[in-house]
Design a protein around this ligand. Structure first.
Ligand SMILES: NC(=O)c1ccc[n+]([C@@H]2O[C@H](COP(=O)([O-])OP(=O)(O)OC[C@H]3O[C@@H](n4cnc5c(N)ncnc54)[C@H](O)[C@@H]3O)[C@@H](O)[C@H]2O)c1
Length: 393
């Protein structure tokens, strides 16, 4: 019997998103959490107590540990490039949260570091890992419904003031606002299903919450793929209407709630880190209990409708609905927990000695779309893209 080596993972940044990742790491066979790093002692002490792993006060120090094979970067967006390069230079594989970086120059330096050192990079928190998105891509690329003609995706959620935000999260020049923070999700839904190769786009973005004048709160984008397929991406983060009213009350984590009962706490300014982390901790705990009490359904990032020559596809609560000339049929899709797809992909790529997907070039191509949306709106014109890469399946 061949015993596969365990992938030892260190987490860089123990903030809000890490709360949802930490407990999932333990559930993946062949993967083990061995270390965490943060500049704040409080979360380090908490994780040390809860998980008994080594803690470090810097990402550099954690990357020197022989007990870490891969680093999952959950630090703020402004640090993604720096921390990816530190990890790669130390020979550690990288999973990096979205957005990959805040500029194309930074993204290119990350691609170069991964190429130079030969480590694997997985673009983390990509909707490519959502099983319904993968399944929609498989149906599109199989050609069973003919060629893709239209891809429309809508998301309305209380992003900008519905939960506490740090100053950097509501300042676009620091990687904040809905483009940097939410744009990668919608872009990966669209690029993931449409095959990756966006040719050009035209977009308008808005900053319509006067309490957060430096943060985009909405965007409307029209994209053309190289093969002529058209896509629209609509995101509204002001939080008056919630799209889950149109998705059986099911949101991003696969939890089902009555949309009318969702409390929309409204924050009118940026907050200090302790306020945000207390809120995030309480929410993670609430969601954990919900997951244990109820069946988790497929994750929904808004409403996406995929139209091909001979049929349409959208998500159902547990899979997909396919509409063709015989009517509507349901395609089942296996559930997969949040925070597991990335590590499973990295573990399998290492075991099978193959490239990862989504990789650093995919992450850079997604970032290019986001930056092009901002640019198109600023310059009031169509923007042509040049860093796109295809979906491998
Ligand atoms: N909050 C979410 O729901 C969410 C969801 C998906 C992805 N993300 C992504 O995850 C990343 C982190 O977001 P977050 O909301 O968890 O942020 P956060 O501010 O809650 O957490 C970031 C953590 O990184 C630590 N940190 C800051 N600078 C550091 C440094 N130089 N070295 C080590 N640690 C450092 C902070 O102390 C903090 O604990 C972002 O890239 C974000 O886009 C967040």
């Amino acid at each position: 019997m061949v015993i596969e080596p365990v992938l030892k993972v260190g987490l860089a940044g123990v903030g809000s998103v890490s709360r949802t990742i930490l407990h999932n790491i333990q559930k993946i066979p062949g993967v083990k959490l061995t270390a965490v790093a943060d500049i704040r002692e409080e979360p380090l002490a908490q994780v040390r107590g809860e998980y008994g792993v080594e803690t470090f006060s810097s990402v550099e120090a954690m990357c020197e540990s022989p007990d870490v094979d891969a680093v999952w970067i959950c630090t703020p967006n402004l640090f993604h490039a720096e921390h990816t390069i530190i990890a790669a230079e130390a020979g550690k594989h990288v999973i990096c949260e979205k957005p990959m970086a805040v500029s194309l120059d930074e993204a290119q330096s990350m691609v170069d570091a991964v190429d130079r050192t030969g480590v694997r990079y997985v673009q983390g928190h990509s909707k490519i890992f959502d099983p319904p998105i993968r399944r929609m891509r498989e149906i599109v690329s199989s050609g069973e419904l003919g060629r893709l003609i239209q891809l429309n995706t809508w998301e309305f959620k209380p992003w900008i003031s519905g939960q506490p935000r740090l100053e950097t999260e509501v300042d676009s020049s620091k990687g904040g606002g809905v483009l940097y923070r939410q744009g990668p999700h919608q872009t990966d839904v669209v690029r993931g299903i449409g095959g990756g190769m966006v040719k050009s786009l035209r977009a308008i973005v808005g900053r319509w919450n006067s309490a957060f004048p430096l943060a985009e709160g909405d965007y409307t984008a029209f994209l053309e793929f190289e093969d002529g397929a058209a896509a629209t991406m609509v995101f509204n983060g002001y939080g008056y209407f919630d799209i889950t009213e149109l998705t059986w009350g099911i949101g991003e984590g696969g939890q089902q709630r009555d949309p009318a009962s969702v409390k929309r706490e409204r924050f009118a300014s940026a907050v200090e880190a302790d306020v945000k982390h207390e809120f995030a901790g309480a929410r993670a705990e609430r969601e954990r209990v919900e997951r244990e009490q109820r069946r988790t359904l497929q994750p929904f990032f808004g409403l996406t409708i995929v139209s091909c020559e001979r049929g349409d596809i959208r998500q159902s609560p547990e899979g997909l609905y396919v509409y063709d000339r015989d009517g509507r049929r349901e395609v089942e899709v296996a559930p997969e927990g949040h925070g597991r797809g990335e590590l499973t992909e990295l573990r399998n790529a290492l075991r099978e000695d193959r490239p990862t997907f989504p990789d650093a070039r995919w992450g850079m191509a997604t970032l290019e779309v986001i930056l092009a949306i901002l640019r198109s709106s600023r310059e009031r014109r169509e923007v042509t893209l040049s860093h796109q890469v295809p979906c491998p399946y």
